[in-house]
Design a protein around this ligand. Sequence first.
Ligand code: SF4
Length: 598
Amino acid sequence: MKGYAGNNLRIDLTDETIKTFPTDEKTMRRFLGGRGFGAKVLWDEVAGVDPFSPENKIIVTAGPLSGLFLPAAGKTHFTSKSPLTGGFGDSNMGGFFCAEMKYAGYDSIIIEGKSDKPVYIVIKNNDVQIRDASHLWGKGALTGEEIIRKDLGEEYHVSIIGQGGENLVRFACINSDYGREAGRAGIGAVFGSKKLKAIAVTGTKDIEVADYEKFMKVTKEIFEACFKHPDLKPWQRYGTSQVVTWASEIGALPTRNFSTGTFEHAEAIGGETMRQKVVKLDKACNACPMACGKWSYSGKYGHYAEGGEYETLALMGSNCSIDDIETVIEGNYLCDEYGIDTISTGNIIGFVMEATEKGLMNEARFGDKEKYLELIRKIAFREGTGDLLAEGVKRVSEKVGGKEYAIQIKGMEQSGYESRGAPAMQLAYMTCDVGAHHNRAWAITQDIKVGRDVLDGKAEWVIRLQHIRPMFDQLGVCRLQWVELAVDLNYYARLFEAVTGWPTTLDELLISSERTWNLTRAYWFREVPGFGRTWDMPPARVYKEDVPDGATKGMRLSEDKLNYLLDDYYKLRGWDKNGKPTLEKLKTLRLEEVVGKI
Ligand code: SF4
C-alpha cells in the first residue's frame, strides 16, 4: 500500500507483549487513517468498559499524508474512551511525532492493558521496547521530554504526560515537541491509568508514493498558494493570538466564565502585546510554512512556553479576568509542564472564580493572579480543592452547585467562543462528537457573515464543516492552510490519489468523514446509558441569560431556538428526533458494524 507505512503495533502493557499487524486496505479505503482509523478501532475493540480500566485502549494514529513533504503533514491523533465524558474521545496535536512513527514503519500504535510499574515505550524501526520509567515518573512533561531526548538522542520524538496524567486529572493531555498538545478528552489520564509515561520514536524508513511526479506537482502548487496569500505573514507573526482582539470586538471572547464576550483588557493579552512583550521564536510543525507556534518567555516568572495560542489566551486569560500576558504565559507553561489541558483548566478556574464571587466556593476571585497560578498546581497534584476540580467542571458543579453556569456540553468544558450571539457556533459546540470543542466546526465566521440572529441554513453549514475539518484529521495533516490561506480543498483529493494510487474525489473523502462522524455518534449511544438529545443541550446560561454588554448585548439563544437548530441538524443528518443515526443512514454509509448495535 502506497502512502501508508503498511504496518501497525499492538502493545499490551499487562503482559508486555508486542505484536505487529499489517495495515488493511479495505479499512483504510473506508476510514482513510488518523481519526477515522482510531474511531474504527475504538468501536470494534472498546465496548462497555471504564475509561480507567486496563480494557480501555489508546490508539495513536498517523494519516496517509502524514510525514510526507507537503504542507503541514504532522497531525498525530489519539483516540480513547474519554475519562472526562465517558463517551467517544479523540484529540490531535501538531509537531513531528506521527511523521517519525511512519519513518519507523507504523501507521498506528494500539496500547492496551495496564503496567504495574511506570514504563515508557521506545521505538526505533523494528526495535520496540517497554522500558522502566521510574526515573521519569513524577516529572513534568517538558522536563521528561528533555530527559528522554538527552538519553536517547535528539532524533527521537516523544509523546509524554506530566503529573496531571499520572494523577488521573480527567482533562490531562499528551505533550510533544516541547509544547504541542493533544489537549482534549483526557487521554493523558488514560496514559496515567496504564502507568505509561511516554512513547519515544525514531525511524529511517521511506514512505512510498504511488505517483511521485503528480505528488510533487500538487505539493508545489499548494506551497505556492500558501506563499502568495496575503495572510501568510500575519499568521507567521502572530499565529492564532491575533484572534483575541477580533473575538472581543464581536462579543465572542469568553470573559469571566462566559458571562460576557467582551474583555476590556483584550489588547493586553492579544497578539500585538504578546509579540512585543514575550514572543522569542516562531515554531512550525512538520513541513509547515505558516509557523503559527510561538515560543514565549515570561521574564516575570522565568519560564518559556509554547504559546499563547488563541484558546489558551481566551480561557486562561479573559475567562479568568487575567489582564497580564506574562501571567497567562506562566499559566500556559504550568499547564504544559503538568500536562493538563489549558482549555478545560481555564474554563474550570473561571467557574471557580464565579462560584467564589457568588459564595458557593471560597477559592479565588476573578483576576486574582496568585490564586489562579496556585489553582493550576492544585489541580495537577489533586491537592485540597484541586482533587475535586480535577474531575472536570460538570462534576464540580454537581457537587457545589452552579450547574447553570458550568459551561460544558457532554461533560467537556467549552472552548474559546461565547456563543449566545452565534447560533452556528453554538450548534457546533452542541453537536461536536467529543463535547464542547470548536475544532470540528469553527462556524462563527458564518454567523458574522449571514447574520447573528439567523437560524436557517446554520445546521447545513455546521454539517459541512463537520465533514471537511475532520477529513484533515483522517489524512493526518493540518487544516489551517485551507481555513486561513484558502488552499483549495480539491488539492487534498489530488494528493491522496497521487500518494495512494487510489482514484479519489473530494466527495469520496467527505463521505468517509461523514461515515466516521456517524460511527462516533453511534459510539455515544452504545456506551452511554440514556444518551440522546438532552446531551446536546448547553447549560442554562446560554438560553436564560442575556449577554450584558458588548457587540452581542441583549442576545441569548432561547430553548426554542436551540431545539429548532437541533431539529434541523438531525433531519439533515438523517438522524431521528433523539439524534440517533437511522438504519437507513447507517446502510447508506455502509456502516454494517453499527447496524443492530444501537
Ligand atoms: Fe502546525 Fe500551525 Fe502549521 Fe498547523 S498551521 S501545521 S498548527 S504550525
